[in-house]
Write a protein that binds this ligand. Structure first.
Ligand SMILES: NC(=O)c1ccc[n+]([C@@H]2O[C@H](COP(=O)([O-])OP(=O)(O)OC[C@H]3O[C@@H](n4cnc5c(N)ncnc54)[C@H](O)[C@@H]3O)[C@@H](O)[C@H]2O)c1
Ligand SMILES: O=C(O)C(=O)C[C@@H](O)[C@H](O)[C@H](O)COP(=O)(O)O
Ligand SMILES: [Zn+2]
Length: 354
């Protein structure tokens, strides 16, 4: 699948075994490559590094901490040092091998080194394949919040090797389904039908519809980012469920999976839309049905409103002191809800905690 992008279109390859093709896609004239992987994916990182060396590229593998611990300024600075020590130039490349945390970090380091060197992404989680590695949003967290520092830096290529999903823990696989279901609610309801047909199978990489679900979710993302890379308008729909979801991640100090937080965040957005009178109860209920059917959470704890609201006030979609949400008017009809009232915000929170 090709993604139209500023600075050059790129391919998203969705194929079993394609992680062996990194050397083919890094591009001509590359002399050096930095392969960034989480410690949990060391053997794949080293295999990719060896394949680059076999092609005559001076390649280095660097392990980074697992999950959100990778997305810090300290880890980014360590990687900049490695690039500097080995004399990486603008014709060299960074390769991100891991889940969304690692592709976000690797993309950010590539975006900032020498003001931008190419990045090739090899996502190893379902969430990384269907969302994080595609579209060029890169970033790290700060003490004040999630993804607060970053840049838009489209990759040179994305290799989604479906074979890698066989070792992914079930909880992480299911967390990736949350972003697929998000794509279903905002653009492509066929996704919701495929999940509803056999939720148990949707939660397995060897399920009959896995390839179709992955392709449909990537198609949604690719179409949106091709039209609005820098999130000046349309791209905001990909943030459905993320205002409340990111707030949960922050108040829980990133101990909850992103996909799980987004699942609850979508229920919050649906309840908010209902409280604002723009969405019917049938679609709100459908959120709970679909998400619960695959084992995703749909409710939250009471008593945490002040910290959640404070975190939502730092969301990137806000303008001035106005909170802005993506909500639905119907399935596949996303709209912006600007400046919801305090009463609407709290009513939605109460509904999510019920
Ligand atoms: N840039 C974007 O557009 C975008 C989109 C969605 C999410 N994100 C970001 O992605 C992150 C979440 O990504 P994630 O859900 O992939 O989490 P993750 O990167 O933390 O990976 C989840 C876990 O799976 C392990 N793992 C990875 N691949 C594996 C494999 N093949 N086999 C076994 N274990 C494996 C990891 O070590 C980790 O423990 C969040 O930081 C989120 O903000 C970014
Ligand atoms: O690609 C996008 O745009 C998204 O919003 C996709 C989200 O799934 C993703 O989690 C993204 O990183 C959130 O971005 P942020 O701008 O809210 O930090
Ligand atoms: Zn997300």
């Amino acid at each position: 699948m090709s993604v139209v992008s500023v600075g050059g279109d790129y391919d998203v390859v969705i194929e079993a075994g394609c992680s062996a093709r990194v050397a083919e896609v890094v591009g001509d004239g590359v002399q050096r490559a930095l392969v960034v992987h989480p410690d949990s994916m060391r053997s794949l990182g080293e295999r990719i590094t060896a394949s680059l060396r076999d092609s005559g590229i001076e390649a280095y593998a660097v392990g980074v901490p697992d999950a959100e611990d990778a997305k810090t300024a300290v880890v980014a600075a360590d990687l900049w040092s490695v690039l500097g020590r080995h004399g990486f130039t603008r014709t060299d490349v960074v390769v991100g091998v891991g889940g969304g945390t690692v592709t976000d970090l690797a993309g950010f380091v590539a975006a900032t080194w020498l003001r931008g060197v190419p990045v090739v992404q090899v996502p190893t989680t379902l969430l990384g394949m269907v969302d994080a590695a595609v579209g060029g949003k890169t970033g790290i967290n700060t003490a004040e919040g999630k993804n607060l520092v970053g840049s838009f830096h489209p990759p040179r290529a994305v290799l989604c090797d479906l074979d890698l999903l066989s070792t992914l823990p079930r909880e992480d696989y299911v967390a990736g389904l949350a972003e697929i279901i998000k794509a279903g609610f905002i653009v492509d309801p066929v996704i919701l039908d495929l999940v509803a047909e056999d939720p148990e199978a949707a939660g397995r990489p060897d399920g009959p519809h896995t390839l179709e679900l992955v392709e449909r979710a990537i198609r949604v993302k690719a179409d949106v980012v091709s039209q609005d890379l820098k999130e000046s308008s349309l791209r905001e729909i990909l943030n459905y469920g993320h205002t409340f979801g990111h707030a949960i991640e922050q108040v829980e100090q990133y101990r909850r999976r992103h996909g799980e937080a987004v699942a609850i965040g979508m229920v919050y957005a649906a309840e908010l839309a209902a409280a604002a009178g723009v969405l019917g109860r049938d679609v709100v209920d459908r959120h709970r049905e679909v998400l619960t059917s695959v084992g995703l959470p749909t409710s939250y704890e009471p008593g945490r409103w002040p910290e959640l609201e404070a975190a939502m006030r730092r969301d990137k979609k806000n303008r001035g002191s106005m909170l802005r949400f993506v909500v639905l008017e119907e399935v596949a009809q996303p709209v912006r809800l600007e400046g919801p009232t305090d009463d609407q915000l709290r009513t939605a929170y109460a509904a999510v905690c019920a």
